[in-house]
Design a protein around this ligand. Structure first.
Ligand SMILES: C[S@@+](CC[C@H](N)C(=O)[O-])C[C@H]1O[C@@H](n2cnc3c(N)ncnc32)[C@H](O)[C@@H]1O
Length: 203
C-alpha cells in the first residue's frame, strides 16, 4: 500500500488545483457519456472522492474504492456529513480481488491507474463489474519521462494512447476513444491528461 496517500488524505482537498481538475474532468465525462440519475457508478482510486462529488447530481448510487485507509476515512467523513449522498466506500483493490457480486453502469477513475502496477488486472476487473454496454472513463497521464513523480518512482510513467486502447480492446471493450482532457501544471512542466472512454463487452 502507498502509505504516502494516508498522510496526504486530510489535506488533499486544500489544493484548489485538485478540485478544479476534478470539476474539469467531470465536465469532460458529461460531454463524452450520457449520464442519468439511475446510473450505478463505481470510482476506483477515488482518493477523497472529488470526481464523484463533481458528478454526484447527474448519476445514481455511487461506490468509491481506494486502498488508502486515510483516503477512505476522508470519504466516509464526507458521506456522514452529507457531501456524498447515496454513496458507499469500499476497501477493495481491483487489481487483487476478490470482486463483489455487483454490477455497475459506469466506472470512472482519475489519476489512479498510473499508481497500479497490474493495469491488465484492473481493466479485466472493470470489464467484469460493468453490465454489458456499461462505460469506462479513465483519466490519467499521457506518457511522460518520469518527471511527474520523480525518476526513481515505481509508478507508471503515464500511458501511450495506442497501447492503452489496445489493452482495453484486448479485454473486450469496444468503441474505444482517447482524447485530450486536461493538464496538470507543475514547476517542472505541463503534463497532459487524456480521457479514455470505452464500452463494456456484451456478457
Ligand atoms: C493521485 S491519487 C488520485 C486521487 C483522486 N482520484 C483524485 O484525483 O483526487 C491516486 C489514488 O489512487 C489510490 N490507489 C493506488 N493504488 C490503488 C489500487 N490498487 N486500488 C485503488 N486505489 C489505489 C491511492 O491510494 C490514491 O488515493
Amino acid at each position: 500500500m502507498d502509505h504516502d496517500f494516508d498522510e496526504r488524505a486530510a489535506t488533499w482537498d486544500d489544493d484548489p488545483g485538485k478540485i478544479e481538475r476534478a470539476n474539469r474532468v467531470a465536465d469532460a465525462i458529461r460531454r463524452a457519456v450520457p449520464l442519468d440519475p439511475s446510473m450505478r457508478v463505481l470510482e476506483f482510486g477515488a482518493g477523497t472522492g472529488l470526481l464523484t462529488q463533481a458528478l454526484r447530481d447527474d448519476v445514481g448510487p455511487v461506490t468509491l474504492t481506494d486502498i488508502s485507509a486515510g483516503m477512505r476515512q476522508v470519504m466516509e467523513d464526507k458521506v456522514a456529513a452529507g457531501a456524498l449522498p447515496d454513496a458507499r466506500v469500499w476497501d477493495i483493490d481491483l487489481a487483487e480481488g476478490p470482486l463483489p457480486d455487483e454490477r455497475f453502469d459506469l466506472v470512472v477513475s482519475l489519476m489512479a491507474l498510473h499508481h497500479i502496477p497490474d493495469t491488465d488486472a484492473v481493466i479485466a476487473s472493470v470489464a467484469t463489474l460493468l453490465d454489458p454496454g456499461g462505460r469506462i472513463c479513465i483519466v490519467d497521464l499521457d506518457a511522460e519521462d518520469g518527471s511527474f513523480h520523480g525518476h526513481d518512482s515505481p509508478v507508471h510513467k503515464g500511458f501511450g494512447r495506442t497501447a492503452l486502447a489496445a489493452q482495453l480492446e484486448a479485454a473486450g471493450f469496444t468503441d474505444v476513444s482517447i482524447d485530450d482532457c486536461h493538464s496538470v501544471q507543475r514547476e517542472n512542466g505541463t503534463f497532459p491528461l487524456f480521457l479514455a472512454v470505452a464500452t463494456a463487452p456484451a456478457g
